[in-house]
Design a protein around this ligand. Structure first.
Ligand SMILES: [Zn+2]
Ligand SMILES: [Zn+2]
Length: 115
């Protein structure tokens, strides 16, 4: 039995141990066909599958990815902070889609501050 919880890696889908920050522990990368690639999987040190992509390690937050843009209690809603990395923003948009069925809408920092 592991002392740590486990979850799927967001990049390779491997069942992986999580560290104390609930990030996937470093593991070797695999291609889509299951071949080992050199170096660590890019999912190492990232939140697991099913979680928004950005956490404390991402640095400055650019805004949030959400749907719908204006909260409506009648609709499924998802919102997560995102950093400036366009790949993370794309992952966050996909995460919102997995929760709501709609691609996430990016709301920048200034717009968030205005609300
Ligand atoms: Zn992985
Ligand atoms: Zn990020």
């Amino acid at each position: 039995m592991s002392a740590y919880p486990r979850a799927e890696c967001r990049v390779c889908g491997r069942d992986s141990a999580l560290n104390a920050d609930e990030q996937v522990r470093p593991h070797k990368g695999r291609t889509g066909t299951g071949l080992l690639v050199s170096g660590r999987c890019p999912g190492s040190g990232r939140p697991p599958k099913g979680e928004p992509p950005c956490d404390e390690d991402c640095g400055r937050k650019a805004g949030r990815m959400c749907w719908p843009e204006v909260y409506d209690p009648a609709l499924p809603h998802a919102s997560a902070y995102v950093c400036y990395d366009p790949e993370h923003q794309a992952e966050a948009a996909a995460w919102v889609k997995s929760k709501t069925g709609h691609e996430g809408v990016f709301v920048g920092r200034q717009a968030v501050a205005r609300v």
